[in-house]
Design a protein around this ligand. Structure first.
Ligand SMILES: Cc1cc2nc3c(=O)[nH]c(=O)nc-3n(C[C@H](O)[C@H](O)[C@H](O)COP(=O)(O)OP(=O)(O)OC[C@H]3O[C@@H](n4cnc5c(N)ncnc54)[C@H](O)[C@@H]3O)c2cc1C
Length: 507
């Protein structure tokens, strides 16, 4: 490295931008994170209303096992061992409005036994699904976005598993689900927000849950984001909030800094974007550094949906309810002109005592939609109708809950509705997507290039370069970005000894 420290500017203070900031500081690069919102976290967030906290992101934190490889990577960035994890025995309860239900356990042995009992007509497929989960137990996910020699070694170790991977990557969850005769079980695969996703994603999810490597962290996403932001600051990094980047500045085909919406110019030796992929490539860089493959991918590749969230503060102890319910509706719920939901996903957050006063419960309902445009336009052009629509949907959701838990309506003391317009406004994500590109049977989970053709000293991190998204995509792409910068600058990666134990910084 040269004697003058090389400065890195990072666009976006979501999990990816924050992790990139920590790695930059650890490697000796002064980093400045620019975040447009008033708090860091991006999609990994929650909000407080009337004494309740409403979580939007965290279902499971991949890397929660103290012995897993991904946990070790998280430990480089923050003190993950301080988190308290809950591993709910039930992953999901699937219910009908006429009183039938199916328990889907998180542990594969329990799950298989219960599904075989409840749906003996599907025994062959249940056993095949459970076998795939067991075989995926040691899949080295954390190494898939590592530098090529490590990735190549991981691929070699994976060779015996290739038939398994091919079988489950080549079919979407929805197509796979149609093989089941039991209608409740079929819904586990066909009804989720990401039914077009390759079925292998579900196999992995259950494998991680079985290994107790996908726990829920008490405090939700904020319990993860806040310590990463604190670590970044403790290492000397600067996080500027309410600071929106308008343009990435380029000289001689190398990124040299950014221009803010305020007109301020900030120069840097490297620019990393952890902001939305489409906005980065086509707005901040005016589409000048892409190629046909990138254009085609952005035109054609499916993304995870956007969503509305109806959040309720209920003055009632709901700890006897399952944590996560998929309620199959007798009458579909119309969300917007293009969207009708046949299932309502409900989370009863009784397992997180930090989210509601004692004896009360925070409840959230997730309503996916691909029609983000309707909500964004309505918010802009007709605020009164936008508010009416939010009220209509809250009322419809409460009516569903009232049928399940008679009298709940009287106990609701807080109602909050967010829409795709909220997601777009606060995170800038393309189409209000909750998780970036869908890993479909065509694309799989293969990470995308973090560089852009012809542009030097620039890298992308986060969910838009890692189909499948999720918090680990931020960690892994941030790590890979700093490895690439260190390689290029002939500097050692993870220079600071404190990288091995974040608590060393606090001492
Ligand atoms: C409902 C829901 C459930 C989820 N469940 C899980 C789960 O259980 N487990 C899991 O691992 N993941 C989950 N995820 C996914 C996970 O939250 C995301 O994939 C991850 O947080 C994305 O992080 P990111 O940093 O790549 O992007 P983002 O979070 O989108 O961060 C990008 C940041 O850049 C900022 N930004 C954008 N443009 C600009 C600009 N021009 N200037 C300055 N700043 C800018 C934004 O404000 C934002 O803060 C869930 C997401 C949702 C919505």
């Amino acid at each position: 490295m040269t004697s003058a420290p090389r400065k890195i500017v990072i666009i976006g203070g979501g999990v990816a931008g924050l992790c990139a900031g920590v790695y930059a500081q650890l490697c000796g690069y002064p980093a400045l994170i620019l975040e447009q919102h008033s708090i860091p976290g991006g999609l990994a967030t929650s909000w407080e209303r009337g004494g309740y906290t409403f979580e939007t992101c965290l279902h499971w934190f991949l890397g929660s096992s103290p012995t897993g490889a991904l946990g070790a990577q998280w430990r480089e960035v923050f003190d993950v061992d301080r988190l308290r994890f809950v591993q709910e025995a039930e992953y999901q309860r699937i219910e009908t409005e006429d009183g039938r239900s199916l328990i889907v356990y998180a542990d594969v042995d329990r799950m298989e036994a219960e599904l075989l009992r409840a749906a003996p007509e599907d025994s062959d497929e249940i056993k095949a699904f459970a076998a795939a989960i067991r075989q995926s137990a040691d899949f080295p996910m954390d190494e898939m976005s590592a530098a090529w020699p490590r990735r190549a070694m991981a691929m070699l170790r994976l060779l015996p598993k290739l038939p398994l991977l091919q079988r489950w990557s080549g079919i979407s969850a929805a197509d796979y689900g149609r093989r089941f005769k039991n209608d409740l079980l079929r819904r586990l695969f066909t009804d989720g927000a990401a039914a077009d996703m390759a079925a292998i994603a579900l196999v992995f999810m259950f494998a991680w849950m079985t290994q107790r490597n996908a726990g829920y962290a008490i405090g939700g996403a904020k319990a993860i984001i806040d310590p990463i932001a604190e670590r970044f600051r403790a290492l000397g990094g600067e996080l500027r909030l309410m600071t929106q980047v308008k343009e990435i500045l380029v000289e001689d085909d190398a990124a040299v800094g950014v221009e803010l919406s305020s007109g301020e110019i900030i120069r840097a030796d490297w620019v990393i974007s952890g902001a939305d992929g489409r906005a980065t490539i086509y707005d901040m860089l005016h589409g000048e550094y892409c190629n046909e493959a990138i254009d085609t991918f952005y035109e054609r590749q499916k993304v995870f949906p956007s969503y509305l969230q109806v959040s309720l503060g209920v003055a009632r102890d709901l700890s006897r309810e399952p944590g996560f319910v998929a309620r199959m509706l007798s009458t579909p719920l119309r969300i917007d002109p293009e969207t009708e939901l046949k299932t309502l996903s409900v989370r009863f957050f009784h397992f997180d005592p930090t989210f509601a006063p004692k004896g009360k419960t925070a409840v959230t309902c997730f309503l996916p939609t691909f029609n983000y445009r309707y909500w964004v336009d309505l918010h802009r052009t007709d605020p009164a109708k936008y508010e009416d629509e939010k009220r209509r949907i809250a009322e419809a959701v409460i009516a569903v809950l009232e049928r399940r838990l008679p009298g709940i309506r009287q106990s609701i003391e807080v109602t909050d509705v967010s829409t795709p317009a909220t997601v777009v406004r606060f995170t800038g994500n393309w189409k209000g997507s909750m998780e970036g590109f869908l890993p479909t049977p065509d694309t799989g989970f293969a990470p995308r290039r973090q560089t852009l053709p012809g542009l030097d000293r620039f890298l992308m991190v986060g969910q838009w370069v890692h189909p499948g998204g999720g918090l680990p995509s931020g960690l892994m792409t941030a790590r890979a970005a700093l490895q690439a910068i260190c390689r290029r600058e002939h500097a050692p990666f993870l220079l600071a000894a404190s990288a091995r134990d974040p608590r060393a910084d606090a001492a």
